[in-house]
Write a protein that binds this ligand. Structure first.
Ligand code: CA
Length: 232
């Protein structure tokens, strides 16, 4: 099981994160002060760190640099959490060595998706994520990388699989093309938003061979998985 270290001094946010991460199947450790982070990391190496920027004692930014300069710790994925939303802050955070950056207030499904993406990149995916997702008659088995619709096996490309995993792990939640891009392709690669539509079309075609269309297109917004009538 992947262990997430939550570094956050605002107790309400820390509790919210702990609750949702544990519900999603992660183990958590919470730390509220900057100077308690390194002892916690050295005692028991986490799979990923959610690191608040503004902390008492040592700032998240300083900690990020310290962790990145430690050869034993430098490969732990770090997602910075911050109320700052300026582009230059984002660049400062990423250049200090953060792998990703989430601005408060954040949506829990998006944060969970980012955590998955960063763990996957770090090679922890097999132990990190829930094994099976179900929506109506669609079943996605994430460890086996297989999708079924009723009794039928659905063959999907890797991109279609990741899109379906994002949608099925957050049913009825609407994802913009940008959110799908960030989650499925990551922040670092430039992909045209229209590319998402192409992969959604392929995903639909494969799924709909065996049942009704559960992928909902929300015009000029994005996509979700639910059983509304498709609008496209
Ligand atoms: Ca704070």
């Amino acid at each position: 099981m992947a262990k997430i270290l939550i570094v956050e001094d605002e107790q309400a946010i820390s509790v919210l994160l702990k609750y949702n991460l544990e519900k999603a199947g992660y183990e958590t450790v919470c730390v509220a002060q900057g100077n308690k982070v390194l002892p916690a990391v050295e005692k028991d190496t986490p799979s990923l760190i959610l690191l608040d920027w503004m902390l008492p004692e040592i700032s998240g930014l300083e900690l990020c640099k310290i962790i990145r300069n430690n050869p034993d710790l430098k490969n732990i994925p770090i997602i910075m959490l911050t109320a700052k939303g300026q582009e230059e802050d984002k660049i400062t955070g990423l250049s200090a060595g953060a792998d990703d950056y989430v601005t408060k207030p954040f949506s829990i499904p998006e944060l969970l998706a980012r955590i998955q993406t960063n763990l996957r990149r770090a090679g922890n995916v097999a132990s990190a994520i829930k094994k099976e997702y179900v929506f109506r008659d669609i079943v996605l088995k994430s460890n086996e990388k297989k999708v079924f619709r009723g009794e039928n096996y659905i063959q999907l490309g890797p991109t279609e699989f990741r899109i379906l995993q994002l949608l099925i792990s957050n049913p009825t939640q609407v994802f913009s093309r940008d959110e799908v891009l960030k989650t499925v392709w990551g922040n670092s690669i430039y992909v045209e938003p229209r590319t998402v539509d192409v992969h959604i079309r392929r995903l639909r075609k494969a799924l709909n061979e065996f049942g009704p269309d559960y992928i909902r297109t929300i015009r000029s917004t994005g996509y979700s998985l639910d059983d509304h009538q498709a609008e496209e």
